[in-house]
Design a protein around this ligand. Sequence first.
Ligand code: HEM
Length: 393
Amino acid sequence: MNLLAPDVRANPYPLYAELRRHTPVCRVDPGGLWAVSRYDDVVTVLKHPQPFSSEGIRRTYRPEWIPDYPMADSMLVMDPPCHTRLRALVNRAFGTSVLHRLEERVRELAHQVVTALPAGRPVDFVDGFSSRVPICVLGELVGIPPSLHAQLKQWAEVMTRFTSVGPDDLELQEQIRAALAEARRHFEQVLEERRHEPRDDLISDLLQARVDGEALTDTELMGFMFLLLIGGLETTVHLLSSCVLKFQEDPALMTRLREEPALIPRFLDEMLRHSGPVHGIVRMVTDDVELGGVQVPRGERLLLLLASANRDEAQFPDPDRFDMERPGPQNLPFGHGAHFCLGAQLARMEARLALEALLARFARLTLGNEPARWNISLVIRGPTWLPLAGHLD
Ligand code: HEM
């Protein structure tokens, strides 16, 4: 079973349903990871950092061709107690202040982005709409000015290809090293500037954050900035792209949300369950273990299929149906447990404000002459090119 086969990439949900039904914990291609597809098994793994470790996958971020990749120092690849300390420091700075600081700015920005979209003719909505607000938010978070946002986007794009680089792909390896060096240089400069002249922003708060008198080290700060770059952009862009694609597919739903924008948060929750952007996250097994009735040996890597867990019929009746009234247990689009997404509230806010602005301008969206193009990744799924036309009536 190859999760990257073209027909599976086009629509992975039938395969996920097969896996849940017959082989809920089994090896898949490429890479020989063990796919975990049922909701309960995914939650079990995420609740137990031992024997299901995040730290165990750290060496994936230290291949020979790039020994100094800061993601290897980020909290994403740490277990308690190291993760607990770092997360407490970062929570303190991130908290609700990020949301309060950014809300008005995001609203204004969303309005500008949507006003700039042409009416009646197709344009690429990934570039023209979905990526615009998230890139500005990321820029604000990591202190990169608007004049460098195009570069910031390019660094993020190049570096998210890290997970798919092969040992002989020397050209891509070189591109990633170059983007890394450039991003690092800019981030070091931002840190230096904020040390001397603190501002009312996240980086200044991070520099001042203390837990039990301890601050973040320079290495941890750099790891965190790269984690925001990798985790905070593509995810939110794909969420917005899936939302506009849904509007195009279901014009009645679009009309309903235009008439009742207060329903947007509920719409977003169901979008995140039904078509969330993060499909798989990885853990390492540190002891021989039984999971879902299957023996998994120590040292193996698990691919936790969040997108499959979110359509598990044992939790969500008629799971393929899009249903905003759906009650039920917590969805898993942002993970679960210690590593639950730090930016979940921020992503929801960005998406809500961007959609409010879009719905205020356009009554309908139609597909252009060419089909959408999708990315290729085990971890994240979304369109890379989405030709849509917005109509005013
Ligand atoms: C729709 C958008 C998003 C989705 C679906 C998403 C999903 C996730 C998931 C599934 C994890 C857990 C990873 C794991 O357990 O290994 C995670 C972690 C994380 N996310 Fe998000 N994310 C989104 C947006 C954001 C944004 C906007 C930011 C910040 C700007 C962000 C920052 C983070 C960070 C820092 C972590 C690591 C937390 C930790 O290790 O304790 N994410 N995200």
